[in-house]
Design a protein around this ligand. Structure first.
Ligand code: A3P
Ligand code: MG
Ligand code: MG
Length: 364
C-alpha cells in the first residue's frame, strides 16, 4: 500500500518547503524567447533484442535503405494476417528506467561520473514538450533524487491503460504498418537490402544515450533510433521514420509538432515519412528537416519556444520540489489537460523505481 506523505499545498506549507506547489501549462505563460538548447552529444548506445534483453552495444542499429527508384506503392499490410508475423512487446512489464541505468552503471566513468541533473527517456520529454498544446492525454511522471541526480520515469495513467486495453484491431493494424515501414526502409548493414519477410518484433530496438543542456538544466537521456544514414557522427546521421495517413484528420492535430519534439530533443536531423492510404499502401515518401519544422506551421497554432520554455519551467519546478536525496522517496507529478501540474510524495511505496542493484552500486 502506498504511503502518501504529502498531498497538495497545505500540508507541504507546514513543513517549510519552498513556495511553488503547482505549475501552469497554459501556452500564454511560456511565450518569449526560445531558451538555449545545446546540440545533443552521443555518450553511447545500447540495444534491446527480440526478447527485450539489454546489450551494451549497437547490435540492433539499422541502416537506411530506401527504395532505389520508385517502384510503386509499398504494401505495409504484408504479413498482417499471418500468424506469428507480429510479435508485440509485453506492455504489462514496467521497464521504467531499468535499461538506462543498466547503461549508466556500465559507463559511470564517462562524464566524470557526473550524470547531470536529469536522467530520463526521450519519450518522456517529448510529452513534456507537447503539454502546453495537448488536449487529450494527461500524464504522470515519477521523479526521484539520488546522489544529486534527478531520475524521471513515466507511470501509465488509468486512462492510458484503459485505452491500451481497448485498442481496436484496426488500431493494432495501423501500428503494425508503422513497424513494417521501418522494415521496408532499413537493412542490417550499410548498403544492404531490406528484408520484409521477417516478423515484426516490437521488442527490438537500438537506443542512443545523449547528453545535452536546456537553459540551466543538464540532461542525460536515451531514445530509440530507427536507423542511420551516412558517415556523419551520430546523432547527426540518424534518421527517424514515420508513417502518416495522406489526409490528416483533426484528431492528428500537432502531429508534425510531436515529430519535431521527438527528433529535435535527441538531435536527429531528418524525418522520412511514408504517406499511406487507408489500405496501408505508401503512395509517396517525403523527407522533413527537423529544424525547419517549427517554421512550417502555417496556422502558427503552436510555437516551439513555448514547448521549450515550458520544459525549462517544468525542470525548474522539479528542482524546487524534488529535494530529498533518497531513492525510496518518489515525487509523482500528474497532469490532465486543462489543469496545472501537481504532485504527491510517496515514501517506501510501490512507486519506488530505481532498481535495488543500482542503488547498491553506489554504496562505498
Ligand atoms: P509510426 O512512426 O509510423 O507512427 P517511432 O515512430 O516512434 O519510431 O515508432 C514506431 C511505430 O511504433 C509507430 O509507427 C507506431 O506504429 C508505433 N507506436 C509509436 N508510438 C506508439 C504509441 N504511443 N502507441 C502505439 N503505437 C505506437
Ligand atoms: Mg522508432
Ligand atoms: Mg519511427
Amino acid at each position: 500500500v502506498d504511503k502518501v506523505v504529502v498531498v497538495g499545498v497545505e500540508e507541504v506549507a507546514g513543513v517549510g518547503e519552498p513556495g511553488v506547489r503547482s505549475l501552469s501549462t497554459a501556452p500564454e505563460g511560456y511565450t518569449g524567447a526560445c531558451p538555449n538548447y545545446r546540440q545533443p552529444a552521443e555518450l553511447g548506445c545500447f540495444s534491446l533484442d527480440s526478447q527485450r534483453t539489454f546489450h551494451d552495444d549497437g547490435r540492433l542499429l539499422r541502416y537506411f535503405a530506401p527504395p532505389r527508384g520508385w517502384q510503386g506503392p509499398i504494401d505495409l499490410d504484408v504479413g498482417w494476417s499471418v500468424p506469428g508475423a507480429y510479435i508485440q512487446m509485453d506492455a504489462q512489464r514496467a521497464e521504467r528506467l531499468d535499461h538506462i541505468v543498466s547503461w549508466l552503471s556500465r559507463h559511470r566513468s564517462q562524464g566524470g561520473g557526473n550524470w547531470g541533473y536529469f536522467v530520463t527517456w526521450r519519450g518522456h520529454l517529448t510529452k513534456v514538450l507537447g503539454t502546453p498544446y495537448e488536449r487529450r492525454e494527461g500524464w504522470q511522471l515519477a521523479a526521484t533524487l539520488f546522489r544529486g541526480t534527478r531520475y524521471m520515469s513515466e507511470v501509465e495513467t488509468e486512462a492510458a491503460r484503459r485505452e491500451r486495453e481497448m485498442r481496436s484491431l484496426r488500431q493494432k493494424q495501423m501500428c503494425y504498418w508503422g513497424y513494417k515501414f521501418e522494415q521496408y526502409m532499413t537493412a542490417d548493414r550499410p548498403g544492404g537490402e531490406p528484408d520484409v519477410s521477417r516478423p515484426v518484433n516490437t521488442n527490438e530496438g537500438f537506443c542512443t544515450v545523449v547528453r545535452t543542456r536546456l537553459a540551466g538544466h543538464s540532461l542525460v537521456f536515451a531514445g530509440e533510433v530507427d536507423c542511420r544514414a551516412g558517415e556523419r557522427p551520430p546523432p547527426s546521421s540518424y534518421v527517424e521514420l514515420k508513417t502518416s495517413r495522406e489526409v490528416v484528420t483533426p484528431g492528428q492535430r500537432f502531429k508534425l509538432m510531436k515529430w519535431w519534439a521527438q527528433s529535435f530533443l535527441i538531435g536527429v536531423p531528418r524525418i522520412v515519412v511514408g504517406f499511406r492510404d487507408d489500405s496501408g499502401h505508401v503512395q509517396h515518401l517525403q523527407t522533413y528537416e527537423t529544424l525547419k519544422i517549427p517554421k512550417m506551421s502555417e496556422e502558427k497554432m503552436w510555437n516551439a519556444a513555448v514547448s521549450l520554455n515550458f520544459c525549462e519551467a517544468f525542470l525548474s519546478f522539479l528542482k524546487e520540489v524534488v529535494t530529498r536525496d533518497d531513492p525510496k522517496v518518489v515525487y509523482l507529478f500528474s497532469w490532465e489537460p486543462g489543469a496545472d501540474v501537481t504532485y504527491r510524495v510517496y515514501e517506501n511505496s510501490e512507486q519506488t523505481f530505481l532498481p535495488d542493484w543500482y542503488i547498491e552500486q553506489f554504496r562505498d
